[in-house]
Design a protein around this ligand. Structure first.
Ligand SMILES: Cc1ncc(COP(=O)(O)O)c(C=O)c1O
Length: 395
């Protein structure tokens, strides 16, 4: 074939860093604190619910918008935990994970040339989705050490082409949980400039210490201009089930459903039934789930204290950022491009520990080059073995 068949809009897209690091982890028999999913299963009763649904013959296509019992369960959860009223018939759509909810939402809302503001480091599918939809990503940096953002930087990034601000709280990869004050500032600008907000809340039930997850849709003036996206994968430790949802006013939901019907059409039926059941057990399930994740976070933090990697304590999600040790002695120096990737490759090859180099999650700032991302959704043995290998890394 001499002709160039691939579309121009996918030109800049490479293999995701997750695939690269997972391959290197496998090839080098490394402990994997890079990949962002649990190395253990979700509850057995949940698997049994899925199997029961299969045995009861719930095996054919689900309605395109998702089964009603799951949409009702999500609506009840939003009411109970956040005081938000959503109509399950017209305002909630079940998607193939949060990934598809994000894709369908961006496709449904972006016109060629629309600008979309995202905070960096960003979850990498936002940037790809915006580009695939013909939009232009714009970045506002969450700055070390506490990953705060500058209100003026955000306001100055807004132009007459801006349509959407994307937020992710609790945040992958930093573990930041947006405070009410920060959410109010974003909401204030969204209302003032008539913008939409896409709020990715897949780690909504993973907050630590005194942090509280607040959906931006619950702030005054925000309900009708927010698309809230979440997923069962993280909450029930079943990331491979890929059951997510998008919640928004009926007008935006209509638009999202138009893309969803031609993207996946419907999401796996027995899994939806099982997750609908899981929501009925949320109150008894969450305290144990949260306690276990807090223990995992604290174990990794404790272990890291005896390494040369300084951690930024996460308030939510199951990720944390650590500083690359060399840079502590080189203050004020900007590391070379791909520096974090070089260190991550050295660690996986020579020290048998896989991490994620985060500079790919930045579009503007160099700060990503100074850190590595670790995932603590791992068994105690994996966390201890990972820290043991990091300990061997001396500068
Ligand atoms: C912030 C964030 N959003 C979305 C997703 C994708 O979620 P899902 O697996 O439900 O598609 C992830 C997965 O890691 C994530 O970390």
């Amino acid at each position: 074939m001499n002709k160039e068949f691939s579309a121009i809009r996918i030109k800049g897209m490479g293999t995701s860093i997750f695939s690269t690091m997972s391959r290197l982890a496998f090839e080098n028999h490394a402990v994997n604190l890079g990949q962002g999913f649990p190395d253990f299963d979700g509850p057995l009763w949940l698997m049994e619910e899925a199997f029961n649904a299969m045995k009861e013959g719930k095996n054919q296509y689900a309605p395109t918008q998702g089964i009603l019992s799951l949409r009702k369960a999500i609506s009840e959860m939003q009411k109970k935990y956040y005081g938000l009223d959503w109509n399950p018939e017209t305002e909630i759509t079940i998607t193939a994970g949060a990934t598809e909810a994000l894709y369908s939402t961006f496709q449904a809302l972006i016109n060629e040339g629309d600008e979309v503001i995202m905070f960096e480091p960003f979850y990498d599918s936002y940037q790809a989705d915006v580009i695939l939809a013909g939009g232009i990503p714009k970045y506002v940096t969450l700055k070390k050490p506490d990953f705060h953002f500058d209100f003026d930087e955000l306001e100055h990034t807004i132009t007459d082409k801006t349509k959407i601000i994307v937020i992710n709280t609790p945040h992958n990869p930093t573990g930041k949980v947006y405070t009410i004050e920060e959410l109010k500032l974003i909401a204030q600008l969204a209302v003032k400039h008539d913008l939409l907000v896409i709020s990715d809340e897949v780690y909504e039930f993973l907050t630590f210490d005194n942090s509280k997850h607040i959906p931006i849709a619950s702030l005054p003036g925000m309900k009708d201009r927010t698309v809230t996206i979440s997923s069962a994968g993280k909450t029930f430790s079943m990331t491979g089930w890929k059951i997510g949802w998008a919640i928004s006013c009926s007008k935006l939901t209509d638009a999202i459903r138009k893309v969803h019907q031609w993207t996946t059409f419907a999401v796996n039926t027995p899994g939806q039934h099982a997750i609908a059941h899981a929501f009925s057990r949320l109150d008894e399930y969450l305290p144990v789930f949260q306690k276990e994740y807090l223990e995992r976070r604290d174990l990794l933090l404790k272990e890291l204290k005896t390494t040369s990697f300084n951690a930024h304590i996460p308030k939510g999600s199951y990720f944390m950022m650590v500083d690359i040790p060399e840079l502590n002695t080189m203050s004020g120096v900007t590391p070379d491009i791909d520096y974090d990737e070089e260190i991550a490759i050295e660690l996986v090859k020579n020290y048998k520990i896989a991490t994620i180099p985060p500079s790919v999650f930045y579009g503007k700032s160099d700060e990503g080059r100074t850190m590595l991302r670790l995932c603590f959704a791992k068994s105690n043995e994996t966390l201890i073995a990972g820290a043991e290998n990091l300990r061997k890394y001396k500068i």
